[in-house]
Structure formats: C-alpha cells, structure tokens
Design a protein around this ligand. Structure first.
Ligand code: GDP
Ligand code: MG
Length: 313
C-alpha cells in the first residue's frame, strides 16, 4: 500500500526528474553571475512557472544571495526551494462546507480537462468519509457524458440526478438541488459541459447553472471549482482567467500533474491568479486526487534533491 506522500512523489516524478535535475546541473560549481541567473530563469520558465513569476522570483533570489553573501552556487538551491514555498504557502485550504443542509459544489472547465473523473474521485473520497453524496449530470451535451458520470456514480456507490441528452443543464441542476435538500444529502456535485457551441455560450451556460443554484439555496454554491489540465501549461492560466470573470471561482483542481514534467504550473497559477489550488490530480486511480498541501508539495518535489541523492533509484 502506497501512502499519500508516496503517491504525491510518484505523481510529481516527471516534474521532479526534470526540474530538480536541471537545477542540480546548474548549481554545480558555478559563478553567481548574470549568466547563471539567466540559466536559472530558463529552467524555472521551462517548468512552466510563468515568465512574470519567474522574473520576480529570480530577482528576489539574487537579492537574498547578495544579503546573505552567498558565494557558492550550491547554496542557491535551498533559496529556490524557499521562494517556491513562499508563493505556494498562500495557497491551499480546504473546501467551504455548508453550515447546515447540503454543500453544493459546482465543477467547471473546458472539455477533457478531468472534470468528470475528478468528481468521481471526490465522490469516492466523500463517501469513504461517511458523507451522503449526490451527483448532477448537468453536462447534457453528449449522451456519453451522462453515461460516464452514471457509471462513476455506480462505482462509487452514490446517487445521481440525470435527464436526457440535450436537456437544459439548468433544469437538471434545479432538480438536483431540490433532491439534495429533500434527500438530506451532505454534498451535491454538479458536473458541467466543457464544450458548447462556442466559448460565449459555454460561459452563459455555466453562469445560468450558478444562478439556479444561488436562487434555490441561500449561500450556494459553496464551491465553484475550475478543473485545469496541468499538461496544457500556460493555456490553463488563461482558461482560469475567463472562467473566473464569469463565475468568481472559489478554487482550482489541477488535474494530470502526473502527466507533465512542467508541474511548476502550480506556482504560476498560484502567483498569477490568486485563486487557491485546492486539489491536485496525480493519476487515474480513485485515490489519485489529493488536497493540495503546499508544504508537502514542495517537500515531495525537493526531497533529498538538495543533498544530490537519487530518490528510490
Ligand atoms: P472532462 O471532459 O473534463 O469531464 O474530462 P474527464 O473527466 O472525462 O477526463 C478526461 C481524461 O483525463 C480521462 O481519460 C481521465 O482518465 C483523464 N484524467 C483526469 N484526471 C487525471 C489525472 O489526474 N491524471 C491522469 N493521468 N489522467 C487524468
Ligand atoms: Mg465530463
């Protein structure tokens, strides 16, 4: 049995291999000149930490090296780690649960990012915690999307509200909120479509779903989570901007971190968007969605790296 930290390390293996190897290669016996810092910038940008974020970060690293009178390039390594930690530390935080009645979590994002599977993973985890879970199939764009959610619901042993393909997503949501209250569930998760006729339609559609929830239940939705695909890099950041404008997101689920060597995207998202990353997806298994814990994240990424040892071979 692999523990949570083991799963986290495994999920970050690609990023770790690339980012940490590059950093280790860089800091070996170098002079701390402009060229060194330019290469440091390149490495961090390559890991998808975002150009603006990296520029700012490297300025701070330079300054700190100056203040601490650091002469050996190896001593830069822990400072890099510290800076990343600083940015991520402002992040995280759990879900906002309703004080009474059902907690409503709306899940949005473009097509294929991992919305439905992330909902399935959360449903599985909530169920395990003893919560009563209901899912709403408000992605009515394709019949397959409804079937997929239903299959996951069966798998996780939770209930689902669905209509036919092509039905009004707001109507599905309305029924689901009513059912959540009357069945006294702890948490309702609303799956939404990521593709509509165009982006404007998509935004209007999710806006409508939010309004229905808001109207039917005070203080709801309690969470509006945007799912982003970590493998899409900076694209994810711009998706977040448009969804946030429309919906006032409460958090981000960063899926598919296991599929990329550019896990630094989490730094970019944290710094540039000011929306907390609440969960990270580390694989396709039901246990492969974890609460984002900035300290553990950085620890998993840098573990043993600063001593230059190879982790687990
Ligand atoms: P949706 O269109 O946003 O609902 O996306 P889906 O939930 O259908 O997911 C699209 C694909 O991404 C599926 O094949 C998932 O198994 C895969 N996926 C989702 N999350 C993760 C993750 O954290 N890691 C990996 N490796 N694959 C994931
Ligand atoms: Mg889906």
């Amino acid at each position: 049995m692999v523990g949570l930290f083991g799963r986290l390390k495994k999920g970050l293996a690609k990023t770790k291999a690339s980012l940490i190897n590059n950093l280790q290669g860089l800091v070996r016996g170098r002079k701390l000149d402009d060229e060194f810092y330019e290469e440091l910038e390149d490495i961090l940008i390559q890991a998808d930490m975002g150009i603006d974020t990296v520029m700012e970060m490297v300025e701070e690293i330079k300054e700190e090296a100056r203040v601490k009178k650091i002469g050996e390039s190896e001593e830069i390594f822990p400072i890099v780690q510290e800076k990343i930690e600083e940015i991520l530390l402002e992040q995280g935080g759990g879900l906002n649960w309703a004080e009474e009645g059902p907690t409503i979590i709306m899940v949005v994002g473009v097509n294929g990012v991992g919305k439905t599977t992330s909902i399935a993973k959360l449903a599985y985890q909530f169920k395990k915690e003893g919560k009563k879970v209901l899912l709403a199939a408000a992605d009515t764009f394709r019949a397959a999307a409804i079937d997929q959610l239903e299959l996951w619901a069966q798998h996780a042993g939770v209930q689902i509200i669905k209509h036919q393909e092509g039905a009004d997503p707001a109507a599905v949501t309305y029924d689901a909120v009513k059912a959540a209250v009357s069945r006294d569930v702890d948490v309702l998760m609303v799956d939404t479509a990521g593709r509509f006729h165009n982006r404007k339609n998509l935004m209007e559609e999710v806006g409508k779903i939010k309004r229905v929830i808001d109207r039917e239940l005070p203080n709801a939705p309690h969470e509006i989570l945007l799912v982003l695909d970590a493998t899409t890099g900076q694209n994810a950041v711009s998706q977040a901007r448009s969804f946030n404008e429309m919906l006032d997101l409460t958090g981000i689920v960063l899926a598919k971190l296991d599929g990329t060597a550019k896990g630094g995207i989490v730094v970019s998202i944290s710094k540039e968007l000011n929306i907390p990353v609440k969960y990270i997806g580390l694989g396709e298994g039901m246990e492969d969605l974890q609460k984002f814990d900035s300290r553990e994240f950085v620890e998993a990424l840098f573990e043993e790296a600063s001593r230059g040892e190879d982790d687990e071979g």
